[in-house]
Design a protein around this ligand. Structure first.
Ligand code: OGA
Ligand code: NI
Length: 336
């Protein structure tokens, strides 16, 4: 499956050839089996013909760049709040403290499901009003991001239907009102500076991690950087680059799906190794409803293969994972 690294790449990692799922294909059975193979193998695949046009995607990247180009003072006015909305400066996230000397060399911007302050659900973690840059500074920014948020959720629902079938569940198992009907879905704009990562010294664009939720839809520009490790227990770990594919999403499975499926489907370790070129990516993290209980699926257990994880409530699990990986907000208050 893997070819040799190209001269463009920073170190001698090979290049992964991921399966490519065409969401416009009428042959659902073939799509399900291709997806299943990818989920059993790397937990990563491309999704193409997903219904979000390249022009609109380019527009989202352009608006993202406009935000990150703002002076630091403007960006810090929108610093992340306790609902995980807004700007995250370089080093705010620290994904792999064992192997990193400091936090990730990336800045980001979190956008969740928009709810007004007086909506009863706005009391819940991860829900409430978003932080938005002022319209006179970044006109049309909010509209672009809200539109992308909605469109990406539709893509996620379509992919979730294939995943359900690959797990021998009813096609709408994940796409039901208690799960993706009112999801915790978080759009995150990311910007990696033109630094060179140095894995041997513990310096990374993003440290090794697996994502927390059901799935992640990742859009990237054409700069390489994302690497995956198929076997996290191997010593030494072997890393492969996932090349960008114009117009496609790179989809990966999150830890909730690993728990649901009792490790039948794995959430694969990945990281970002920067090559000295600036890089932009846009992640869309798809998690079910707050109250959803993530517990071993009936199709993924037997007497010989009992559940490996206790049931967890989505919001509790997510809160724990966010707390473990992000700076304490008080640290910013002290430095003011
Ligand atoms: C993430 C992630 C990869 C990238 O944000 O969880 O893995 O290419 N991002 O930015
Ligand atoms: Ni990730």
């Amino acid at each position: 499956m893997s070819g040799k690294s190209s001269a463009q790449l920073a170190e001698s990692a090979s290049v992964s050839a991921l399966n490519c799922i065409d969401l416009s294909s009428p042959d659902i059975q073939s799509s399900v089996s291709l997806l299943k193979q990818a989920c059993l193998d790397t937990g990563f695949f491309y999704v193409i013909n997903h219904g979000i046009g390249i022009e609109f995607m380019d527009e989202v990247f352009l608006q993202s760049k406009r935000f990150f180009d703002l002076p630091m003072e403007e960006k810090m006015k929108l610093l992340r709040n306790e609902k995980h909305r807004g700007y995250t400066p370089v080093f705010d996230e620290h994904l792999d403290p064992v192997n990193q000397i400091h936090g990730d060399y990336k800045e980001g911007y979190y956008i969740g499901i928009e709810l007004s302050e007086d909506d009863p659900d706005a009391q819940k973690p991860f829900y409430g009003p978003n932080l938005w840059p002022r319209a006179d500074i970044l006109p049309a920014w909010r509209e672009t991001m809200e539109k992308y948020h909605q469109k990406a959720l539709e893509v996620a629902k379509t992919v979730s239907r294939l995943i359900a079938q690959a797990l021998d569940l009813k096609f709408d198992f994940f796409d039901q009102s208690e799960m993706l009907g009112k999801p915790i879905a978080v759009l995150r704009l990311l910007h990696y500076a033109d630094e060179v990562s140095e894995p041997a010294k513990g310096i990374f664009g993003a440290g090794a991690h697996s994502d927390f939720g059901l799935i992640t839809l990742l859009a990237t520009d054409d700069v390489v950087g994302l690497q995956i490790c198929r076997d996290k227990d191997a010593n030494p770990q072997i890393w492969e680059y996932v090349p960008p594919l114009k117009g496609a999403f790179i989809v990966n499975l999150g830890d909730m799906l690993e728990r649901w499926s009792n490790c039948t489907f794995r959430s694969t370790l990945h990281r970002v190794v920067c090559t000295g070129r600036e890089r932009y990516s846009i992640a869309y993290f798809v998690e079910p409803n707050h109250d959803c209980i993530v517990e071993c699926l009936p199709t993924c257990q037997s007497q010989k293969n009992p559940p490996m994880f206790p049931p967890i409530k989505c919001q509790d699990y997510l809160q724990m994972r966010y707390k473990d990986t992000h700076n304490d907000l008080n640290s910013y208050r002290v430095s003011k």
